[in-house]
Design a binder for this molecule. Structure first.
Ligand code: PGA
Length: 245
């Protein structure tokens, strides 16, 4: 595991964008697995800038999203498809035929999950996976207790996640269920980059770096991955032991 600590969330976003751009320059046909949420917004903004300066093209790459709420139309303002279109795909040269987001409104979600997992396999597996992390250690929507060999599936969100994510919805809770790429799918990625910003992620980050590997903290299993980098801002790193800084 490599740990890099950046000054603030902007520095974190720039560093993450540079890592993605480096991957795409080395392998323009890369397969990427990407996150949503507030943390990666700076990364997408910097990627758009890097693209505008003609330093990188996304046209040959394939993009998968980690997750999507169940039961939302893709045009719903809080859907992750819409998030990706508004924050990233709008402004770069992605080939939309190679952009995948789980269909949260599929008539049969189980079939949709199988189709999604097959699409990842068919693309040749993930080259670079970029993750955020929940305060409870979730990655994607793999909540505490998720099996380390799980695949893309429908999951029930915890009450805490539904409350934290409520701001995007009318009412005080996000939807009950989502489709998420599984832990096994994530762990099959060749490279993994986890981004964490802010003090409210410090405990989860310390558990990932220093805690036991346990399904109760899904991200803790990343310790075992041979090409795992943690990008943190100072606040997210604030609970780490000194020897890990
Ligand atoms: P956040 O979400 O970036 O909005 O904090 C991260 C996550 O829940 O995975």
């Amino acid at each position: 595991m490599q740990i890099r600590i950046l000054e603030d969330s902007d520095g974190l976003g720039r560093s993450a964008a540079e890592a993605v751009a480096k991957e795409l320059k080395a392998k323009p046909r890369s397969i990427l697995l990407l996150p949503t949420g507030s943390t990666p917004l700076d990364m997408y903004r910097h990627l758009i800038d890097i693209h505008a300066q003609e330093q990188v093209s996304f046209s040959q790459a394939t993009f998968f999203n980690l997750d999507e709420y169940l039961g939302l139309f893709s045009e719903h303002p809080a859907s992750y498809r819409r998030y990706m279109e508004e924050n990233f795909y709008c402004c770069v040269d992605t080939d939309l035929d190679r952009v995948y987001v789980p269909n949260g409104n599929a008539p049969d979600p189980a079939v949709e999950c199988e189709r999604y997992e097959e699409a990842i396999k068919g693309a040749g597996g993930i080259d670079l996976c970029v993750l955020g992390i929940g305060r409870n250690g979730h990655i994607g929507f793999n909540e505490p207790g998720a099996s380390f060999d799980s695949r893309t599936r429908v999951v029930r969100l915890t009450e805490s996640t539904r409350r934290v994510n409520a701001e995007d919805f009318e009412g005080d809770r996000a939807p009950e269920k989502a489709i998420t790429v599984g832990m096994g799918t994530i762990l099959g990625s060749k490279k993994i980059l986890l981004l964490a910003s802010g003090e409210n992620k410090a405990t989860a980050v310390a558990r990932v770096v220093e805690g036991p590997i346990t399904e109760e903290v899904p991200a803790s299993v990343l310790q075992r991955h041979s090409n795992f980098t943690l990008l943190l801002d100072q606040e997210a790193a604030s609970s780490l032991c000194k020897e890990n800084l």
